[in-house]
Design a protein around this ligand. Structure first.
Ligand SMILES: *Cc1c(COP(=O)(O)O)cnc(C)c1O
Length: 429
């Protein structure tokens, strides 16, 4: 469906029912699949034939949804995972092992940072974190002979820093490694990183893709652009026989377009099993069908909210790339001409105490750590998730005591603004 618009793909891609079959994707709620002969099943285990044998590895419902997201991103192969965290982990662990190294943007999502800097470090994989605005020399200096990938976020959660995707892709390719981009906040509606040189895209589908607070999930998509064989010495997992899979060499057998996802499915899913429930994949698909409508509304609403906040005398600062004076406005225009996302952050005048007062007066915005779904939600880290930290420690972590993170929903924008306005009224600054 390469030539259809992304909006059309949201509805139709990934599943084409045959004569008399269900119009909506079926929920195949079954752990296992039956075969007539053990020879038939043997072919599946040898990856000689494609088909299903056990839902820990693959399930038809999940595969229909993965194929839809693959089409939205313009990739060649994709798989669902049970969470965004699992997608981040697999995307790296599929091509790295103990002794390897990865260059990552320093502004990535906190959960990803912990996964990389703490948990994967224990597995012997090391990370160098670079400021996404670093100089060319600093970026070059981050690479090591054992570097196997570069990782960044299109729009960083929650810093809202926009990654210069082409620049990071060029640096990765100069060193013979792929660029992996977490495209959760932008979604393929606003940005398709493959068009800018990224090689692998991952998502927390828990956010806009699901969009309704219903299911945790993730996805990994391969562009098919990265030539693993040309850098065979760096990626032995893809270019030499997998003894745990009957001596298959993934690149030989599945080509440049299929090797990475086949390995992640056949090896990592088999061994680690972070597979989504078929029911969750089905719910995610319902979210995807309206993704293009919701993302557009999120961005329109967020733009109006950001403009309202910027003019408000009780607001110290606003961070939203849609504002012309924002540091990332030019990058946003280049990579996301139709809008960025619905998340805005701002500072309440008077600091921590006044921000707390503002939060206590909100009537509609939901206080939640979650972001990027239909409901407007809001978080004041200094009085909730980061409350044990002093003002000094907060500044050092890049979260000022006055910072409020607002995920603008798809309610009527006048209602969202009215709620913020009445709560700001109580601020004594
Ligand atoms: C939420 C989030 C994740 C983690 O996803 P889960 O589905 O919560 O595991 C990863 N990256 C970004 C940008 C996120 O916002």
């Amino acid at each position: 469906m390469k030539d259809l618009h992304v909006e059309t793909k949201c509805i139709h891609a990934g599943y084409s029912p045959k004569n008399g079959e269900s119009r909506l994707i079926p929920i195949v709620q079954s752990t296992t699949f039956k075969y007539d002969t053990s020879e038939d099943m043997g072919k599946l285990f040898d990856l000689e034939a494609s088909g299903y044998f056990y839902t820990r590895l693959q399930n038809p419902t999940s595969d229909y949804v993965a194929a839809k997201i693959c089409a939205l991103e313009g990739g060649t192969a994709a798989m669902l995972t049970s969470s965004g965290q699992a997608a981040s982990f697999y995307s790296i662990f599929n091509i790295c092992q103990a002794g390897d190294h990865v260059v990552a943007s320093s502004t990535i999502y906190g959960g990803t940072y912990n996964l990389f800097a703490v948990t994967m470090k224990k597995m012997g994989i090391s990370f160098t974190f670079v400021d996404p605005n670093c100089t060319e020399e600093e970026l070059e200096a981050a690479f090591q002979p054992n570097t196997k990938a570069v990782f960044g976020e299109t729009i960083a959660n929650p810093a809202l820093v926009i990654l210069d995707i082409s620049r990071f892709a060029d640096a990765a390719h100069r060193h013979g490694v792929p660029l992996i981009v977490d495209n959760t906040f932008a979604t393929p509606i606003n940005c398709r990183p493959f068009e800018w040189g990224a090689d692998i895209v991952i998502h927390s589908t828990t956010k806009y893709m699901d969009g309704h607070d219903a299911t945790v999930g993730g996805c990994i998509i391969d562009s098919g652009h990265f030539d693993w064989q040309a850098h065979a010495d760096k990626f032995p997992g893809l270019t030499t026989p997998d003894e745990s899979y009957h001596g298959i060499t993934y690149v030989e057998k599945f080509g440049q377009a299929g090797a990475y996802i086949t390995k992640a499915t056949a090896q990592l899913m088999r061994d680690l099993g972070s597979t989504p429930a078929p029911m969750n994949a089905y719910l995610l698909n319902l979210g995807l069908e309206t993704l293009h409508l919701r993302v557009q509304r999120h961005c329109e609403n967020a733009q109006k909210v950001a403009e309202f906040l910027q003019k408000h005398h009780k607001v110290a600062w606003v961070n939203y790339a849609g504002l012309p004076d924002n540091q990332y406005h030019a990058l946003a225009k280049k990579y996301m001409p139709n809008g960025t996302c619905g998340v805005v952050s701002f500072g309440v005048k008077g600091g921590r105490k006044e921000a707390e007062r503002f939060m206590s007066k909100l009537q509609h915005a939901i206080i939640a750590t979650h972001v990027a779904d239909a409901r407007t939600c809001i978080l004041h880290p200094a009085s909730s998730t980061h409350r044990q930290m002093s003002d000094q420690e907060l500044y050092a972590a890049g979260v000022s005591p006055d910072l409020v993170r607002l995920s603008v929903g798809i309610e009527h924008v006048d209602d969202i603004i009215a709620d913020l306005a009445q709560a700001l009224e109580s601020v004594e600054a």
